[in-house]
Design a protein around this ligand. Structure first.
Ligand code: HAM
Length: 437
């Protein structure tokens, strides 16, 4: 195997400690908060029939046209690695029929898009997303945004900006396309090559072109709401009113389009200043999809976890990373002590204490070296003398202080030293004679 084969595929990464601890902390907090809002986890397959994505995300979108990993399986079926989670969840919900109404589901997992890799843009990345099925009301959209803001603040991620817009009802699409075409016609030749193609295929996407010339033209256009029905405008007004009620600050961006065709009514994007060019930390909105002849509505969002982690790392700069649990290391002098230590390791782990030992013990020096490598907080040293007397020599690795303890005292000391002060009830509470309610 050449050394090139030891690297993951371009645009994909191995995730390992210490970074993975931050991921676990983020995911743990998210699961707790999602459950406060009534969401349950769903795990859908990473491979789906390609048609699950093409029809819902849209044939003319960048994702479907250029970014999906699509291939034939051994049975000649067209399948794709999921580029996002919404379509799969809707496939699942459509299969449930009317039972799905009101379901709240969330997912955490890898997504795949064969985009040009750059900082913040991966070919395998991870999304944390939620979908609420049915419930077509502005209140559902606003509750979803409130959940997202709650997640961001629980992670300590300050400084996010939220932009919202509306895609209107599907019935408005024709009028929006015609209105934009009329407004853009005089500028058609000045548009970039991609946008000249979009003019006929997907005119709305011209609004979020990143090229300066196109941006300037888009800035001069009337807002898309001008071409929409009264019902669509009222829906947006109600969303804005409820966002105000919950004190969620957003900026209305009439150019916000989102790169997926399934959206109706509210769409939004959340960005973070620490992220550079790929600054979208999350996107979401209300949508309507056709799945096997069934129409299914929902509202949801997805956050890019790599980007959440990068923004958090920038915010945490200078602060200690999340520490792993520091084990106690069992050091054995002789075969008898080694076997007794194997038994002791089981006892400690069953009590919830992290511990380790050299599986082939060797010298005292080599075992202490292993203890340091494992960043052990303490070592328990046992030889024939300790085994015979039932004593345990406990050594604090930081200051070298040793104490000889019996089994109950050893357990108490280890358990005490593992208590996280942040989670210990204050003394006044525990000794309060009135007791707490
Ligand atoms: P999206 O905007 O395509 O929306 O992706 C959501 C988030 O995933 C982005 O804001 C970004 O943080 C992250 N992301 C996307 N592509 C990449 C990439 N190549 N590398 C790293 N991170 C990336 C959706 O996927 C919709 N399904 C969201 C949704 C759920 N709408 C309704 N429900």
């Amino acid at each position: 195997m050449s050394s090139g084969n030891l690297q993951p595929i371009q645009g994909m990464s191995d995730l390992s400690a210490p970074e993975i601890r931050l991921w676990q902390e983020i995911e743990g907090k998210a699961r707790r908060i999602l459950s406060l809002y009534g969401y349950e986890e769903i795990r859908t397959p990473v491979l789906e029939y390609t048609s699950v994505f093409t029809r819902s995300i849209g044939d003319a979108t960048d994702i479907v046209q250029k970014e999906m990993y699509t291939f034939e399986d051994r049975g000649g079926r067209q399948i794709s690695l999921r580029p996002e989670g919404t379509a799969s969840v809707m496939r699942y919900a459509a299969g449930l029929g009317p039972e799905a109404e009101g379901l709240r589901l969330y997912y955490i997992g890898p997504m795949f898009r064969c985009e040009r890799p750059q900082a913040g843009r991966k070919r395998q990345f991870h999304q944390l997303g939620s979908e609420m099925i049915g419930q077509a009301s502005p209140a559902a959209d606003v509750e979803t945004l409130a959940l997202q803001m709650h997640l961001l603040s629980s992670w300590g991620l300050e400084g996010c900006s939220v932009e919202i817009n509306t895609r209107g009802l599907p019935e408005d699409r024709q009028a929006v396309a015609e209105g934009l075409a009329a407004a853009l016609q005089p500028h058609r030749e000045a548009l970039c090559e991609d946008c000249r193609r979009r003019f006929d295929a997907n005119i709305l996407r011209i609004l979020d072109c990143k090229k300066d010339a196109c941006k300037k033209i888009a800035d001069g256009l009337p807002p898309v709401t001008d071409f929409m029905s009264e019902a669509s405008r009222q829906y947006l007004d109600e969303v804005k009113r409820l966002l105000d009620l919950l004190n969620i600050p957003v900026r209305l961006n009439p150019r916000l389009v989102r790169g997926l065709d399934y959206y109706v009514h509210t769409v939004w994007e959340i960005t973070h200043g620490a992220l550079g060019a790929q600054n979208a930390i999350a996107g979401g909105g209300r949508y309507r999809m056709e799945m096997d002849g069934r129409t299914i509505d929902g509202v949801g969002f997805a956050m890019g976890l790599e980007r959440v982690v990068s923004a958090l790392q920038a915010a945490l700069q200078g602060q200690a990373p999340v520490a792993g649990e520091r084990p106690v290391w069992l050091v054995s002098m002789g075969q008898k002590a080694f076997e007794e230590n194997m038994v002791l390791a089981q006892t400690l782990r069953l009590r919830g204490l992290s511990c380790g030992f050299n599986l082939t013990p060797g010298s005292m020096k080599s075992q202490m070296r292993a203890a340091n490598r494992a960043q052990a907080a303490q070592a328990i040293i046992r030889g024939d003398r300790e085994i015979e007397s039932g004593a345990f020599l406990l050594k604090n690795m930081a200051d070298g202080v040793q104490q000889e303890l019996d089994m109950p005292a050893l357990l108490n000391t280890l358990l005490d030293s593992r208590i996280d002060p942040a989670h210990t009830p204050a003394k006044a509470e525990t000794t309060n004679p009135a007791g707490s309610p």
